[in-house]
Write a protein that binds this ligand. Structure first.
Ligand code: SAH
Ligand code: SF4
Ligand code: F3S
Length: 459
């Protein structure tokens, strides 16, 4: 292990040695960050026997796993850190670490602005956390490790503990698409697929802990090109079929797919693999060819519709969702209307709509952010109005249906449980805590904007 890339900065004042019993992790951002946070917990449990606590007040070690995808990401980190600073003033032995995509981008600047932060690391260096913490305690130094020479973390992570319900497995890291607005290629590095057997083994270990639902993760899972042990290169669809065969797996999902690399075989898999759940997030960002080109998305609107058709051909009940950005530099009213038109034509089950915000270091940030804020807001409202209506209509269609719900947790409402349908809709119903982790038949009785209500179907 190379220690040279753990940089020594200022010596800290003497404080009592930290006990390492309790850990608090605050996670922002995408599912890949959620995966990383669960692996940080696995690591700290294995290295120090730490246990997770629900509040930072009770923690010996606080880790923030940050996201820098949209505006004010850094501000959010610093304001949260301000809270932790007060805790650390009361208990100077506490260790504070900042990881994730803001950690990667800001590096040492974080400790310059917030000198009470002990460790800064990125999405590709958190496997060295036990070593970093050891060094912080022994030498009373701050460490920064945002190196990204090659992705090695997967070789250093312990077996996943799982939560007996559903789990994430990152199958590939990074992104090589370099969409002009996006920080991910800079914060997570280049695309790297994990070897086939590594993925299968990790899925197998999760299933052995009682997990029944697995989501395969990557910024572009359909760019997956993993080596098998006999040296063949597998694409994503091959991997899907292999994971689907693992014992104990009841539900398989994946995220995110890029339209440019979506294949007919992938669409066919939705009709062909019983455990592959009928829901796909296929972000298109804009319906305007000019904007898609400016964004470097690598396809135009007319390439997108056949993908949707083919998905619906193989799997008529598939639920579809997308991300949209409004107010990209140069976006005209006509461009925006092309987005509305695409949304109408596709008719999404769920949509995630964002105002464009320039991100430091991205190509788009060099263009003037020239769509006025008032127009961005207005377009966002118009898009939300349309997409919310579509979501609501899709929800209303569920009324009367018998669906299978994987029960996830207790609802906020007493006596009710919450879970998800195969097509990823949230359902609340009167149930029992012991049903958590089970797949229960539920008849849908009511539909709300974002969720459904139902009653258990008794055998
Ligand atoms: N890999 C995924 C997206 C990851 S980022 C894909 O290619 O689809 C998640 C979403 O955040 C993006 O789909 C985009 O809609 C939004 N996003 C990313 N950068 C943004 C920016 N600078 N401003 C506004 N929204 C942004
Ligand atoms: Fe970002 Fe584009 Fe890569 Fe998605 S495909 S992570 S939007 S650069
Ligand atoms: Fe955010 Fe990094 Fe994920 S920027 S969206 S946490 S890859």
């Amino acid at each position: 292990m190379r220690t040279s890339n753990i940089r020594r900065s200022m010596k800290l004042k003497k404080s009592p040695p930290t006990s390492l019993d309790t850990l608090f992790i605050k996670t922002y951002g995408c599912q890949m960050n959620e995966y990383d946070s669960s692996r940080m917990l696995d690591l700290m449990q294995e290295a120090y026997g730490m246990r997770l606590v629900a509040s930072p007040e009770d923690a010996d070690v606080i880790l923030m796993n940050t996201c820098s995808i949209r505006e004010k990401a850094e501000d959010k980190v610093y304001s949260e850190l301000g809270r932790y600073r007060k805790l650390k003033e009361k208990r100077p032995s506490m260790i504070i670490g900042v990881g994730g995509c803001v950690g990667q981008q800001e590096g040492k600047r974080i400790q310059q602005r917030a000198p009470y932060v002990d460790a800064v690391f990125g999405p590709q260096t958190y496997h060295k956390l036990p070593e970093m913490i050891h060094k912080i305690r022994r030498d009373r130094v701050q460490v920064t490790d945002t190196d990204m020479p090659e992705i090695e973390k997967f070789d250093h992570l312990p077996a996943p503990k799982g939560n007996g319900l559903s789990g994430f497995v990152t199958i590939m890291e990074g992104c090589d698409k370099f969409c002009t607005f996006c920080v991910v290629p800079y914060t997570r590095g280049s695309e790297l697929s994990r070897p086939v057997e590594d993925v299968l083994e990790e899925c197998g270990k999760l299933l052995a802990t009682g997990t029944t639902e697995i989501s395969l993760l990557g910024q572009n899972v359909n760019a997956y090109r993993g080596l098998s042990k006999d040296g063949d290169e597998w694409d994503f669809t091959m991997l899907l079929y292999a994971v689907a065969k693992l014992d104990g797996l009841k539900r398989l999902r994946f995220s995110t797919s890029h339209p440019m690399e979506m294949t007919e075989e992938m669409a066919a898999a939705f009709g062909d693999i019983p455990v592959l759940m009928p829901y796909l997030h296929l972000p298109v960002q804009s319906g305007s060819n000019a904007i898609l080109k400016a964004m470097h998305r690598g396809h135009n609107r007319d390439d997108y519709f056949p993908l949707i058709e083919s998905l619906r051909k193989y799997c008529p009940d598939i639920a579809l969702s997308s991300d949209f950005i409004v107010g990209y530099p140069g976006e005209t009213e006509e461009d925006f209307e092309a987005t509305l038109d695409l949304v109408r034509r596709v008719n999404y089950d769920f949509s995630y709509c964002f105002k464009y915000s320039p991100r430091p270091g991205t190509p788009a940030a060099q263009s003037e952010d020239n769509v006025p804020e008032a127009i961005k807001n207005e377009r966002l409202q118009r898009l939300l109005e349309l997409t919310r209506l579509q979501t609501r209509q899709a929800m209303v269609k569920q009324i009367g249906r018998a669906v299978e719900v994987l029960v996830e947790k207790e609802s906020k409402k007493e006596g009710e449980m919450q879970g998800r349908t195969a097509d990823y809709r949230i359902v609340h119903f009167k149930g029992q805590v012991r049903q958590i982790g089970q797949i229960m038949p539920v008849r849908i009785t009511e539909a709300y904007g974002q969720s459904l209500h139902g009653v258990l179907i008794l055998a």
